[in-house]
Write a protein of this length. Sequence first.
Length: 284
Amino acid sequence: MSAEVINGRDLAQEIRLELKDEVSKMIQEEGVTPHLTVVLVGDNPASKSYVKGKEKAAKEVGISSSLVELPETTSEEELLNLIHKLNEDKTVNGILVQLPLPNHIREQKVIEMINPNKDVDGFHPVNIGRMMLGEDTFLPCTPYGIITMLKSRNISIEGKHAVVIGRSNIVGKPVGQLLLNENATVTYCHSRTANLKEFTTKADILIVAIGKPNVVTAEDIKDGAVVIDVGINRLETGKLTGDVDFDSAADKASFITPVPKGVGPMTIAMLLKNTIKAAKGLEK
Ligand code: GUN
């Protein structure tokens, strides 16, 4: 293996320590404890486990959090009413509705109900617009975590060719935008892209957010590329794996992120950062 591994678990831990200091200063100097409210609808086991991880991390840095658990049968109207109440509640700084929601609830409707100034996921169209304009805002946590990982290793982005595989609203689209904001030349690839390899082999920075295990291998990447694996796939054996075949790709890449201990922990660290930002208020 020649690539340097960017360990997201260690970096997230360092960030949480910094955030812990920041929160204790806020408490001491301003008497403000940031508060995050997480809303979970239904019994999706993966969602339950993610939410637990978010609450645990919040507690560790001194952010207070509450979890509202609603049954699968909750109507869209009931959920929208709850969000309205949380928007009005001055003690709540950040609101996170865990996705996916049950099929009978329109996700976009729910996201758009959240007050953009409490939208710590950065999913509200107002915040997506602010991000596109390069304004100060809540950046979506996974893309924000990816940029933070690149910067932590002083990996230059400006002028580089970044290729993003995946075009989801949560990861693919916004990470491409953030790389563009950092002056990269960005190419988006997706499930309908013809000759994917033609693009991936030209990438200086390759972001892989496909959602299928081991799709990208050494032959798909350029020598010395930076490879960021956003996939979290559970194999039948129970083992977690990314979208990239780590062992082969690591022989060719200059930097690579593993799964687990890669992008995942960074997503949660950025959520905490956004919650503190929400408690401080966005720049006007
Ligand atoms: N489901 C999967 N990832 C996320 C995320 O980053 N935020 C929310 N709210 N739900 C998710």
